[in-house]
Design a protein around this ligand. Structure first.
Ligand SMILES: [Zn+2]
Length: 428
């Protein structure tokens, strides 16, 4: 259910942004099969009836449904009957704050409540109504339709900004950065005029956009070199992202523990220390980033240390296997559940950038050890995760070819670049 949670504010903004922009829908995607129907359609717009209009009431924090309904002059007896009728579907005494509902009243001379609809998510709701003096609850599950939408963009200042300029949800550019993050270090290798394109599933309920599904194919052109990824699905299950030849895009370690940080000090065996004013080696990599920036575990592993330690400040040390360990220093604090012995997964947020210990400003000091020795993670080539298994390779290659051929052509991007240049010229 968590996944269904929707940021309506964001969707509204997106829908508004998307209005008027022509986005090529290259194909419909149903279940696990890619059909070859070519459809061109606008991305879906904002619903005409807003959520607030359809469900005007909301369970406020620290209040109960009982209190909310009493405020609407619903009698305690009616509330009890509604709760009882709903029980087989939903325990109304344990509704989360934020759940919205609509109330219907009968006409004079009996203006008492005769119906109430609850919205649990964009997909699930419940209608409780009174007919012949009996309350009956009915669960309503909306069908989720999937359609494929495509976007493309070009970097002028930053990756994030290029997504905004392309009227795309910037969260999707983070996902693209995750998918191709082993090929391109998006925290330091992004260049002006780099360009990207992707196709993604959009989830719809009754024609209204409710969120994103999986990115199906993505390409990032970094300083003239193109990197491609296609999603491999088998029996409806997402196996992973691979390059068109079936090699895994996942590596044993992320290229960077910070998504958009910048390297402010590289690994060196001899460097002038800004605080100690002496030459001493810098046996890690510093990433400058604002306080509170999430720090990710670069690989699967277990925590061997998570506490304050002298000049290192708040520090986490991970053991990935018998060979590799990593350390994260000067953290502002630790993520929930991070303590000695806990297991973590690659990409999991373990802490937040800070300025604790011997540190001149907010940054992450990141160390990598191979068999107990400091190594420079930026220069090291780590092994890839497993490729598509041989027996699936033919199927994958076919899927990948279809998905990658569905990427928008660069002409679309070039056309919109010209457009925006012309707009700018008009303004001036
Ligand atoms: Zn450092």
């Amino acid at each position: 259910m968590k996944k269904q949670k929707i940021n309506w504010g964001l969707i509204s903004i997106l829908a508004l942004l998307v209005t008027g922009i022509s986005i090529g829908i290259t194909s419909y995607y149903s279940k696990t099969e890619v059909s070859d129907i070519d459809v061109t359609e606008e991305a879906v717009q904002l619903p005409i009836v807003s959520l607030e209009e359809a469900y005007p009431y909301v369970i406020e924090p620290n209040t109960s449904l009982f209190e909310a309904l009493r405020k609407l002059n619903v009698s305690p007896q009616a509330i009890q009957e509604i709760v009882t009728a709903s029980k087989p579907i939903q325990n109304l005494s344990r509704l989360q704050p934020g759940i919205r509902f609509q109330v219907f009243y009968g006409q004079e001379p009996e203006p008492e409540i005769n119906g109430i609809n609850f919205r649990f998510s964009a997909v699930e709701s419940m209608e409780v109504s009174k007919t012949d003096n009996v309350w009956v609850a009915k669960k309503v599950t909306e069908q989720v339709d999937i359609k494929v939408v495509s976007f493309s963009g070009m970097v002028t200042t930053s990756l994030w900004e290029s997504a905004i300029k392309s009227k795309m949800d910037p969260n999707l550019i983070s996902e693209l950065a995750d998918i191709l993050g082993w090929e391109v270090d998006f925290s330091r290798e992004v260049r002006q005029n780099d360009r990207w394109r992707l196709t993604v599933e959009q989830k719809l309920v009754k024609g209204e956009a409710i969120g994103w599904g999986a990115i199906l194919a993505a390409e990032y052109e970094n300083a003239g070199t193109a990197y491609q990824a296609a999603l491999f699905r088998r029996d409806g299950k997402e196996i992973g992202y691979y390059s068109p030849d079936g090699a895994s895009l996942r590596k044993m370690f992320l290229k960077s523990p910070i998504r958009y940080g910048r390297i402010t000090s590289s690994f060196s065996t001899r460097r002038f220390h800004p605080i100690l004013k002496i030459r001493r080696p810098h046996l890690g990599v510093d990433y400058g980033a604002p306080i509170g920036t999430p720090v990710r575990a670069v690989g699967d592993g277990s925590i061997v240390f998570a506490a304050r330690k002298g000049g290192a400040g708040n520090m986490i040390k991970l053991r990935h296997n018998a060979t590799y360990q990593t350390a994260y220093k000067h953290l502002r604090g630790f993520a929930k559940g991070i303590r000695s012995g806990a297991k973590v997964q690659q990409g999991q947020v373990i802490g937040y950038v800070g300025n604790t210990g011997l540190s001149t400003g907010p940054h992450l000091h990141f160390e990598f050890y191979q068999s107990g020795r400091y190594i420079d993670p930026v220069k090291k080539r780590f092994p890839s995760a497993d490729p598509v298994p041989n027996e699936d390779l033919a199927v994958f290659k076919q899927q990948a070819e279809t998905l990658l051929s569905g990427l928008p052509t660069w002409d679309v991007l070039e056309a919109s670049e010209h457009e925006s240049r012309r707009d700018t010229a008009n303004v001036n």
